[in-house]
Design a protein around this ligand. Structure first.
Ligand code: SF4
Ligand code: SF4
Length: 430
């Protein structure tokens, strides 16, 4: 049976589009094949073939749902087409019908059970949702092993060249030299993570908590100037399963988060995130429960409480003089490039940099975050390098991002081709 037609709780019943909820077929049928999105797609820019375009991806879904083709997960063209979409949402940004191609690609991946991450990395990262305590222990052990050069030894021995382990090379390169333990850092700085009558919950993302703890510390200290904050450490939102796994797990994780949130002040506390990906995902949370009014309403309440880190920025910000060179905002995120935090971030950078803030067109930038799109091939690096060429041409000296993972990914690419360029999460300037 056509896998796209089979009913499954592992997939979405309805997509929430800017024009209201639509079934998957209706959503795909809204693509009029006008082609306005072609030049916005980083993949199509790289390989100008119809199959790599957003239009091609939407047509594939439509034809499969109309039973005109029977997609087969073994088909190499289909695999390439589905596994190379960066989920960046640039096509939706320029599409007159705001067709959510990235969501379509995710649905097709789910239907075909396609895995774009190496299995070992997938299992390890999924434990943050299914076995958070074990994940935390393993994450700390891995960081400790790296500190004692065990990863370097593995690389030297050639073991990390084995398929499935190559990501270790990449990860080792993008991490800062030392990654302190956040809890220890907080204790050292005497920063509390609990409050008697909290008014805000800080939810550090996986990357800020485990890889960039100094950034998490800075955000927490700033938030504490405005509110009584508690921190929910090592807390998954369901985003990982949404992108890489199946929706049943994503819903399970979300329900856990919703219940925990509802227990505190009847769910009226704001939830602060430092990752635009988490923000975009949580704002869409109700669509995961379409058809289930109770959970849909609960998810809506959670979505309404979500804030991005730009909301806690101090009113007055100043830059150190050496930073007053051309700067750019890298949108690298998934699903939505037009959500309010992007506008807020642009306004902040305009105020700080004035004419030195280089505006990004929809065809500029868009480096994929590590692992979000590609597990195979070198398309991610190719897109990243194209981004960097554009940034070099504009003589940018600082690139700001809205997620820690994108900051790490871009810093890695710049380190190799243009070490003078600084890459920072926007929250670094508070
Ligand atoms: S996705 Fe949108 S912009 Fe692209 S071809 Fe379809 S309707 Fe046109
Ligand atoms: S989400 Fe990004 S990579 Fe995927 S089709 Fe749209 S523009 Fe292309």
């Amino acid at each position: 049976m056509n896998p796209f037609l089979r009913f499954s709780r592992r997939r979405l019943d309805r997509l929430y589009t800017p024009f209201g909820p639509r079934t998957l077929y209706n959503s795909a049928a809204y693509c009029t094949r006008c082609g306005s999105c072609m030049q916005a797609c980083p993949l199509y820019q790289l390989i100008p073939q119809e199959t790599y375009s957003p239009r091609g991806r939407n047509q594939l879904l439509r034809l499969a749902l109309e039973q005109k083709i029977n997609p087969n997960a073994q088909d190499p063209v289909l695999l390439e087409l589905l596994q190379t979409c960066t989920l960046c949402g640039r096509c939706t940004q320029v599409c007159p019908g705001r067709v959510p191609t990235a969501e379509h690609v995710l649905e097709m991946r789910r239907a075909l059970n396609l895995q774009v991450l190496p299995k070992i990395l997938f299992s390890f990262l999924q434990w943050r949702e299914t076995r958070p305590r074990l994940f935390k222990k393993l994450a700390h052990v891995s960081l400790f092993l790296r500190r004692i050069y065990a990863l370097k030894f593995l690389r030297f021995s050639g073991l990390t060249l084995f398929p499935g382990l190559r990501w270790l090379n990449h990860l080792d390169c993008i991490l800062p030299k030392r990654t302190p333990n956040l809890q220890r850092l907080l204790r050292k700085e005497k920063v509390s993570t609990t409050a008697k009558n909290p008014t805000l919950i800080y939810l550090p993302s996986l990357e800020t908590e485990f890889l960039l703890p100094h950034l998490a510390l800075k955000i927490l200290k700033t938030a504490q100037k405005k509110a009584s904050v508690i921190t929910w450490s090592n807390t998954a939102t369901g985003l990982f399963s949404y992108v890489y796994g199946d929706l049943r797990q994503s819903r399970r994780t979300l329900r856990r988060l919703i219940k925990r949130h509802a227990r505190l002040a009847n769910g009226h506390l704001s939830l602060l995130t430092d990752s635009l990906d988490v923000y975009n995902f949580l704002k869409r949370a109700p669509q995961l429960f379409a058809g289930n009014p109770h959970w849909e309403e609960q998810a809506r309440q959670l979505a309404d409480s979500v804030q991005f880190v730009t909301d806690i920025f101090p009113k007055k910000l100043t830059l150190p003089p050496q930073q007053n060179n051309p700067a750019l905002l890298e949108y690298g995120t998934i699903l939505d490039r037009q959500s309010p935090p992007v506008k807020q971030a642009e306004a902040i950078l305009y105020t700080l940099f004035g004419k030195n803030f280089v505006e990004c067109l929809y065809t500029d930038a868009g480096a994929p975050a590590f692992g979000y799109a590609f597990a195979k091939g070198n398309r991610a690096d190719q897109i990243g390098l194209k981004t960097i060429e554009k940034i070099q041409r504009a003589q940018i000296k600082t690139v700001f991002t809205l997620s820690g993972l994108t900051a790490l990914e871009l810093a890695y690419l710049f380190k190799h081709v243009s070490p003078a360029v600084r890459v920072q999460h926007l929250a670094d300037i508070i």
